[in-house]
Ligand binder design. Sequence first.
Ligand code: XIL
Length: 358
Amino acid sequence: MSISRRTVLASGIALPLTAPLAACDRTSAEPIPPNVPPLKSVAPSPFGTAIKALQIDDPDWVALARANVDQLTPEWEMKMEYILADGLDRPRFDRSDRIAAFAKAQGMAMHGHTLIWYAQGKEVFEGLSGAAFDRAFDGYIAAVAGRYRGKVRSWDVVNEPILDDGSALRDCHWSARYGQDGYILRAFEKARIADPDAVLFLNEYNQESIPAKGVQFLKLVERLLKAGCPLQGLGLQSHLWIDIPEGVIAAYMREVAQFGLPIHVSELDCTLRTENRLDLRSQADRLALQSDRVTELASAFAALPERQRFAFTVWGLRDTDSWYRQGQKDDGRDKPLAFDSFGRPNPMAQALVAGFRT
Ligand code: XIL
């Protein structure tokens, strides 16, 4: 394991370079929150987490989930990348079925994620044209949303349609055939037919943190609703970071709420990492900023009218479950989630409780 000079400098502590990961988990400089109540007992809506099928085999994860959540979102095994890995004719439902069965056995709700995403399906669909493309597009939504009808309460029908800088909608293999708004409209119409009971969401990141992206999202929602799109809910992914200016998240929440639609905070995490070239802030200072932003989000969500509080979902339970802590992205020190690698509450758990209670 290598720890960069920058990381060690930024942490304000000298770590032996051979320190095991667990030793990085909590340092004496970090505040240890008091015991927090089960998050589902304080959340003003269902409280969810992302789940990977393998976690069902981890008794510690299961215990933590049972204590804290009443809703599950498959983290990637319900995505096209997984379902169509063996091709259009051989969809793989093994893992999403397993998650659905687990949710049912535990009495937990399930949120479907995600049907149509610019980032997936390109290779499978690129050989198709005209009517064959249409059949595959419509058929995929019918098969997947149809299979989980009655098993999910909601779907992210379209994920991440807006460019990072908020300047426009993304061009992708879906928009190339149906247009930028067109593929979204078509996906929602097909999802409505496949599962008339699920609440259908448009899901996007950084809308609550980057004002230009938020404006683009609001304009898109307005156009879709005017066009008669069966869009019924708005998903704010909420992959936060510590330098989001104070007040931006709460202001956006008030704005987006004006549509009157249910809101799902759908993928909350808050990385401690920053892009700053030189960042000497201590881990404790970073955690304090993280708590401020998470409390702001939770409190803005709690302030919504009850009928608009659809669900509040964290993108994993323990830090080591986080996508920030996988593979190359892992610096061994990030604490983006509410529980540490042992399942003990992080300051973020306390920040959620504080926000929900305001
Ligand atoms: C991520 C998962 O966390 C990873 O495990 C997977 O490899 C890639 O996708 N926005 C989304 C999520 O809508 O589906 C992404 O999840 C994170 C960003």
